[in-house]
Design a protein around this ligand. Sequence first.
Ligand code: PEP
Ligand code: MN
Length: 245
Amino acid sequence: MIINKKHNIIVAGPCSAESFSQVDSIASKIHKNIDFFRAGVWKPRTNIDSFQGVGEVGLSWLKEIKVKYNVKVACEVANSKHVELCKKFKIDMVWLGARTTVNPFYVQEIAESLQNSKIQVYIKNPIVADMDLWYNAIKRMRSYNIKNIGAIHRGFYAERKINYRNKPKWSSVKEFSKKLKGINLICDCSHIAGDSSFVKELVLKSQELKYDGVMIETHDNPEKALSDSKQQIKPAEFNSFFINE
Ligand code: PEP
Ligand code: MN
């Protein structure tokens, strides 16, 4: 066993919701090992010709998954309109992507929309290694009295080519716990890895460093995934992380 469920917040599911049958099939296989089923419905893509996400209909699929498997559901938000829709579809947790954390205007409007709701919020680190941007996005959320705030380390843009897609800053675990007490920090092994073959070693590293949990992208047919196809792992591999040897 490399992930102990008792000591981890586990967020897993596909990068993007593609169809109801796609999310349903993945959830049916992994729901026993997760705290949150994730799927993005609005995708922040560099390229306009890439898949942009299914939008609102994806939230209705997540709502069905929540009831069918009795699991909490999560998706990415980038503005207050997204938050309002998440409220409508009873989404349990939202996360701010690396491209949103950088913008205090968006962080602000998301914080205002989340205020007085029960939705949990996790804030990913920004693309560039500006720790202050990250910490202050979290503090901005906290100033709105949002109770369930967490953070996600997804690695930083690497100027020089490295094996991974994004450069992890492992010292962030200690720095983080000093600066922001009481905020859970989870490790997004998939977006650091960028390649499914590196996910397991990053999960091991996250456990060694005592992160509070992991985010792992999981897809039945990664090669055919509409986004992040290289880095998603199959449900069987994901489930193998929990098996006692
Ligand atoms: C994602 O979680 O699918 C995503 C787009 O992440 P990030 O903001 O870390 O790039
Ligand atoms: Mn992704």
